[in-house]
Design a protein around this ligand. Structure first.
Ligand code: GLV
Ligand code: MN
Ligand code: MN
Length: 409
């Protein structure tokens, strides 16, 4: 059987969901471009003879489970959705590399002692329903379907209208280890002159919705001193967030804002901004968010407006499994750079759910991510495929990868 190699698969995906205007990608989950990518994945998996399973949360997994091969599986994969106007690599690189790594293992005659799954998680970016890593959180039971089913997108479509949902799916219960390959979202590997690295953990991070409420009025007739304009507290808060994050060496961003009623000649009645905050410790993140909230509240009060803050998808610090990391590092020769991740990943959700997890990063020459300029050179992508195939081969053969089979190791 001939299957497309990494470069052919990668080229075939490049036009899907790409904006002619910006060159960036709009691959929101359960919309047409992401649907096309999923159909592509199912086709590629099926033509390789893998058995495809679709859980009821929109996650898909393709299994390599030759007859008689059982036991805790090794899972690899990533996601196919993108942020709005995102890059080509964040997510799809891990999925395409997983298929290409599987092809290498087959070509090398690897006979697995345990199943290998290639997973595609849904709504990793939270670009449609607002919650990061929604598919993996639902699959491990870290998010409740009863709460999530009524999340709505910008058009008022409910999550429950696009996926069936149900109880957390059982398929992750049979997984003993997860290895996700991802484009690096920084310049750590450029600085270390290395094509591939591994991750130590993920910074605590989260999203908070800030609702500033005031009173709508006429932009001309209402005297400046009579207004209750919520835009002012929002604007001050965006500046304060940037300043506080710089002062503490952390990250704070308002990248999304909605204004009601959004008229040029109308003092707004409400401004909603979403804060994305990340820090190198849980205390750092709590302190950062508390200080931004304090300043926002004080300013809102001075303006005769009000503020309500609601946390959405907050994730604590993640440390990837040291035993699995050590094994992966050893399989890769013991000298690949280890980097912290300041971006969130489904890998963090699985690790926190008790599945030993590791990540591989592929060098990104610009360090830019979540933007059209995100990139990785073809040679580095192929080095990533090679590293992933090496790690997976070591994990699916010989002693088991995680605590489930500790006694056998
Ligand atoms: C995911 O990519 C995130 O860190 O926002
Ligand atoms: Mn991302
Ligand atoms: Mn990603």
């Amino acid at each position: 059987m001939t299957v497309p190699d990494f470069e052919e698969m990668w080229s075939s995906l490049l036009p899907i969901g790409r904006s002619a205007a910006s060159g960036g990608y709009f691959r929101q989950p359960w919309h047409s471009a992401e649907g096309e990518l999923r159909a592509w994945f199912v086709e590629e998996a099926t033509r390789r003879g893998l058995s495809v399973e679709d859980d009821r949360f929109g996650n898909v997994v393709a299994w390599w489970r030759p007859a008689g091969v059982e036991g805790p599986a090794v899972l690899t994969g990533s996601h196919l959705d993108s942020v709005l106007d995102g890059g080509a690599f964040d997510g799809p690189l891990g999925v395409v590399s997983a298929l290409a790594a599987y092809d290498r293992m087959v070509a090398a005659g690897v006979r697995p002692d345990r199943p290998l799954g290639i997973g595609v998680f849904a709504e990793e970016e939270g670009s449609r329903f607002g919650r990061a890593c929604l598919g993996s959180r639902l699959a491990v039971g870290a998010a409740s379907w009863d709460d999530a089913r009524s999340l709505t997108d910008a058009d008022g479509v409910r999550l429950g209208d696009v996926v069936e949902g149900g109880d957390p799916s059982a398929w992750l219960g049979g997984v003993g280890a997860y290895v996700e390959l991802h484009v690096e979202q920084g310049r750590g590997l450029v600085d270390r002159d290395a094509a591939v690295g591994t991750a130590s953990g993920i910074w605590p991070h989260g999203r908070w919705r800030f609702d500033f409420t005031g009173r709508a009025d006429h932009a001309g007739a209402a005297r400046m001193e009579d207004r209750a304009d919520p835009m002012l507290a929002y604007a001050m808060t965006a500046l304060a967030a940037n300043k506080q994050a710089r002062l503490s060496g952390q990250r704070a961003t308002f990248g999304r804002v909605e204004v009601a009623p959004n008229g040029t000649n109308v003092v707004p009645s409400r401004v909603t901004g979403w804060l994305d905050a990340r820090a190198d410790s849980p205390e750092g993140m709590a302190g950062l968010v508390a200080e931004i909230e304090r300043q926002a509240g004080a300013r809102a009060e001075r303006d005769g407006t009000s503020l309500a803050v609601t946390p959405e998808s907050v994730t604590g610090a993640v440390t990837f499994d040291p035993v699995l990391r050590g094994r992966v590092d050893g399989l890769l020769g013991g000298s690949v750079p280890v980097l912290p991740s300041i971006a969130g990943h489904d890998a963090g959700v699985l690790q926190e759910a008790g599945i030993p997890t590791a990540m591989l990063f592929v060098r990104n020459p610009t360090g830019v991510s979540h933007a059209p300029d995100e990139s990785a050179g073809m040679d580095d992508c192929l080095a990533g495929v090679e590293a992933l195939a090496t790690a997976l081969t070591g994990l699916v053969t010989g002693p088991g990868p995680g605590p489930v089979e500790e006694g056998a190791a």
